[in-house]
Structure formats: structure tokens, C-alpha cells
Design a protein around this ligand. Structure first.
Ligand SMILES: Cc1ncc(C[n+]2csc(CCOP(=O)(O)OP(=O)(O)O)c2C)c(N)n1
Ligand code: SF4
Ligand SMILES: [Mg+2]
Length: 247
């Protein structure tokens, strides 16, 4: 019998480059479990971001294409339109998706492209050394907001899931957290649902994952989990913001 904790077949046994306590590894695993579950690894193309997940092509057993910073939804659109028989997902951080790639995600969502987007929100530009992102919380210290994010000069943190849920083109929009087993199981269910929507040609599906970046938050892995629970979840509430009925 297959052990539930065994490595998914859609991910290989390369040692990942992520820092200790980083939740990118959990996010990868959940996507891989969904590909295994639906038996779609051989017909799936992932689109990698520029950010800490830039090397995800080293870990997944499906095809992965690299997109310029912020452009995965546009690249995913091109792949899906030319090969509608393929399952296509993008995997993006908050700098990638909510900053430089804001236009691409909004218009792909608004067009209702039949793709799945995995959005890893760790409230910071992880790869480049912890600069302020659009999702950085008010008061949060980063290398470009050393006195804390200031409402007057930097505006409010963007709630991407809520914003995208207002667009007619989106079919499934949810926010989950990767902080504890119960929430990881909910996240797993959400990722499965998002791929299921695409398999049923339901259009655009989006899973935001509240994540940790202990390195740039200047915290231990356990302190980072506590921050996610005490600071991120109150501002970025968990839940399903939109779910169209399967027709
Ligand atoms: C066009 C362009 N502008 C800027 C950069 C520099 N850059 C690389 S990764 C990154 C931000 C990554 O942050 P995020 O998307 O949140 O991913 P994380 O590393 O936190 O997972 C930036 C600004 C780049 N590579 N290309
Ligand atoms: S810098 Fe942050 S997001 Fe990047 S691998 Fe390390 S902990 Fe993860
Ligand atoms: Mg980030």
C-alpha cells in the first residue's frame, strides 16, 4: 500500500535550495500531489516565476517553462491556447504577481483563461534580499522600508484574492495558509480543486498561499510561523472568495 507520507511521483528527490523553514517546499509538494492525484504529470506544463522558486524546474517531473519576471500568466495563456489539451499552471511570488506582473494576472483572470495560478504570498521580495512587496504589511520593516511600511508613502497591502474574485472571468479564488497541518490539508484540497476546475474547462482558478520567509523576516522558522498566524492571517483572511458551479 502506498504510504501517505511518501514523496509524490511528480516531484524528484533533488535537495531543494530553499532556506530552513521556507514554505515554498510545502507549496511544491501540494502541487505535485495534485498532479499525481489526477494522473496529469505527463501532460502538465508549469510556468516558473522569477523569485525564489525560479529553480522549480529542477524539482518537478512535469515540463516547466521559465517566464520573465511577472509574466507567467501571459506565458501560461500562450501555452494553454496553443495546446488546450495540456494542463497549465503558473507559480508566482508576491513581487512577481502583485507588483511587476499585476497587469498580466489581472487581464489573464479577467479573460477567464483556463489556467491555474498558485500565488505564494510571503509579504516580501525573498530572492533579492527582502525588499517591500505590494503585500508587505503596514509597519513591516524591510530593506526598502527600514522604518516600517508607511501608509502615507507606500499605500495599503493589496489583497489579491479578494480583488481577483470581483472579476467576472475568475471561476475559483481562494486563500489558504501553510502554517499548520490542518491548514496545509485545506491548502491541499484547494490546489486539487483548482486543477479540477481546469480539467473541467471551468476557466481561471487561483490559490493564494500565505507563506513564510524566515530569512528576510529575520526570524527562526517557528517565529515565522507565529508571525504568519498572528499578523498575516488577520489582514489576509482565509477562505473561498469565489467558486462557480460546475456546469
Ligand atoms: C524585470 C526584472 N525586474 C526585477 C528583477 C529582480 N527580481 C528578481 S526576483 C524579484 C522579486 C521576487 O519576489 P517574489 O516574487 O515575492 O518571490 P519570492 O522570492 O519572495 O518567492 C525581483 C524584483 C528581475 N529579475 N527582473
Ligand atoms: S529567501 Fe525567503 S522565500 Fe526565499 S528560499 Fe529563503 S525563506 Fe524562502
Ligand atoms: Mg515574495
Amino acid at each position: 500500500m502506498k504510504k501517505v507520507f511518501a514523496r509524490p511521483e511528480s516531484i524528484n528527490d533533488e535537495i531543494m535550495h530553499y532556506c530552513a523553514g521556507c514554505t515554498h517546499g510545502i507549496a511544491h509538494r501540494l502541487v505535485a500531489e495534485a498532479l499525481d492525484h489526477y494522473g496529469i504529470t505527463g501532460k502538465t506544463v508549469g510556468v516558473a516565476p522569477v523569485g525564489c522558486a525560479v529553480l522549480m524546474y529542477d524539482y518537478f517531473e512535469c515540463d516547466i517553462l521559465e517566464a520573465p519576471h511577472g509574466r507567467p500568466p501571459a506565458v501560461a495563456t500562450g501555452i494553454k491556447r496553443s495546446r488546450p489539451d495540456m494542463i497549465v499552471f503558473s507559480y508566482q511570488g508576491d513581487g512577481d504577481l502583485a507588483s511587476i506582473g499585476l497587469a498580466e494576472i489581472v487581464h489573464a483572470a479577467n479573460r477567464g483563461e483556463n489556467i491555474t495560478v498558485i500565488f505564494v504570498n510571503n509579504t516580501v521580495y525573498g530572492m533579492t534580499g527582502g525588499q517591500m512587496a505590494p503585500t508587505t504589511l503596514l509597519g513591516q520593516q524591510t530593506t526598502t522600508s527600514p522604518y516600517g511600511r508607511n501608509l502615507n508613502t507606500d499605500g495599503y497591502p493589496i489583497r489579491m484574492a479578494e480583488m481577483l474574485a470581483t472579476l467576472e472571468g475568475t471561476s475559483y479564488v481562494t486563500r489558504v495558509a501553510l502554517d499548520k497541518p490542518a491548514n496545509v490539508l485545506r491548502a491541499r484540497k484547494a490546489v486539487f480543486k483548482a486543477f479540477d476546475m481546469q480539467l473541467k474547462n471551468m476557466g481561471f482558478s487561483f490559490v493564494e498561499m500565505l507563506s513564510t520567509c524566515p530569512t528576510n523576516w529575520g526570524m527562526s522558522p517557528t517565529e515565522a510561523i507565529t508571525r504568519l498566524q498572528e499578523e498575516l492571517i488577520p489582514y489576509f483572511p482565509l477562505g473561498v472568495f469565489k467558486e462557480k458551479e460546475v456546469v
